[in-house]
Design a protein around this ligand. Structure first.
Ligand SMILES: [Zn+2]
Length: 416
């Protein structure tokens, strides 16, 4: 009953990108991977009368490239995988034309800085300053305001400025233009569970009261879940990510489909403005959100690609629509709901549950038409009790065990 879902028209960009990827692959072969040692020591944003200046302190010069994206206005700086002095990527507040920024690994071999702009702006100048007077090598990026029309004229992949660029695999992300969902190709004797640790790399997700990132917490829980499932001997487990790397939402869906997944579990931990609210919740896909909070959460989780500096453009609504129509995959939907209902009491046995703890909304990561999929918010990082649970090794083990138990029950029921 598999039907290929035609999501999008093929973007002409796609062919171009493939050529670029090949060129990049060749240039990498020639040059060898030499940038992994470079480190970013810091990032500053300074406001001048005529420009906003971003300075990256580096241990050495490295190839980089820049491009801009509209709606929301962003400037993206790509470079080879580098180490960050501040750890595994971070976010910060901006100044002037920069509203805020994030940096981290975008792909295994590609680090990225995403600058959120307060208004349309262009990169007016970029250059390296050599190490001098006790200061490290600096990459300087100047931004100057422009109007929306000229921003749009230069935005996107076409407007990419290649400066000293060996080209990184940053070219790949724009493959969001990619189109047909391939049919599942791998079938396993064992039941296949795809465990999806939310966010990652340049997308930190929510931040806890004490400054821990959702991306790190959920990856650890996902790994514990993976181990528990493998230990049972009953499952084959596929992870959408195993490191602190960004994975586009659609790619997560594709991983599930290509793996021939029997179940997809996306693991998250949200944060709210109110510190009082606590509890886990489980979400399944629906065209109409069950309530305002679920719709807001879906919008937040769906913004992952925007946060990581991917252009999703206008096609997004079409994708959502077409998948939701194909979501006449009623069977998939029913299975997802059944799993969600098994999962909640298990989670409730570990910590608190949100009111109306099973909700529905248009989560993009749950849109595999043929894979029962749920998104679980393990708790609220804005709440002290939930944070404590999520920051403890025991708490994480228990949460992973709750999910693992629900998975056992779900497949046991199916067999009987
Ligand atoms: Zn999340």
């Amino acid at each position: 009953m598999l039907r290929v879902v035609r999501l999008l028209k093929i973007l002409p960009l796609f062919a171009l990108q493939r050529v670029m990827i090949w060129l990049i692959a060749l240039s990498c072969l020639a040059a060898g991977p030499v940038f992994a040692q470079e480190r970013v020591l810091g990032l500053r944003v300074g406001v001048h009368p005529d420009k906003t200046r971003i300075v990256l302190d580096l241990t050495g010069e490295l190839p980089y490239s820049l491009f801009s994206l509209a709606d929301p206005y962003r400037v993206v700086v790509d470079m080879p995988a580098v180490a960050w002095a501040t750890g595994n990527g971070s976010a910060g507040a901006g100044a002037g034309l920069v509203a805020g920024y994030r940096f981290g690994l975008f792909r295994r071999d590609n680090s990225r800085v995403v600058l959120d702009l307060t208004r349309p702006a262009k990169v007016s100048r970029t250059f390296f300053l050599p190490a001098a007077a006790g200061k490290p090598v600096r990459l300087v990026i100047d931004l100057a305001p422009v109007d929306r029309e000229s921003f749009l004229a230069n935005a996107g992949f076409k407007g990419r400025q290649r400066i000293g660029d060996t080209g990184t695999s940053a070219d790949r992300p724009a493959r969001t233009g990619q189109v047909e969902l391939p049919p599942p190709v791998i079938r396993s004797e064992k039941t296949t569970i795809v465990v999806d640790a939310g966010h990652g790399g340049v997308d930190p997700g929510a931040t806890s009261r004490s400054g821990h990132y959702e991306k790190d917490i959920v990856l650890d829980v996902a790994r514990r879940l993976q181990r528990q499932l493998l230990n049972s001997g009953r499952y084959r487990v596929v992870m959408t990510r195993e490191t602190d790397v960004f994975v586009p939402l659609r790619e997560r869906v594709n991983i599930a489909r290509n793996a021939g997944a029997d179940l997809f579990v996306s693991v998250h931990a949200d944060s709210l403005r109110s510190a009082k609210v606590r509890g886990a919740s489980v979400y399944s896909l629906s065209e109409k959100a069950s309530d305002k909070e679920a719709a807001q959460l879906a919008a937040k989780e769906n913004s992952s690609d925007v946060i990581a500096g991917i252009s999703i453009g206008n096609e997004t609504d079409d994708i959502v629509r077409s998948i939701l129509i194909d979501l006449a995959q009623r069977e998939t939907k029913n299975k997802s709901v059944r799993f969600a209902k098994l999962l909640l009491p298990e989670l409730g046995g570990v910590g608190a549950l949100l009111r109306n703890s099973h909700r529905y909304a248009g989560f993009r990561v749950l849109m595999a038409p043929d894979v029962p999929s749920v998104l679980v918010e393990l708790g609220l990082l804005s709440n002290a009790a939930d944070e404590k649970l999520l920051m403890s090794s025991r708490g994480r083990d228990k949460l992973a065990a709750a999910i693992s138990e629900a998975i056992d029950r779900y497949f046991a029921e199916r067999q009987s």
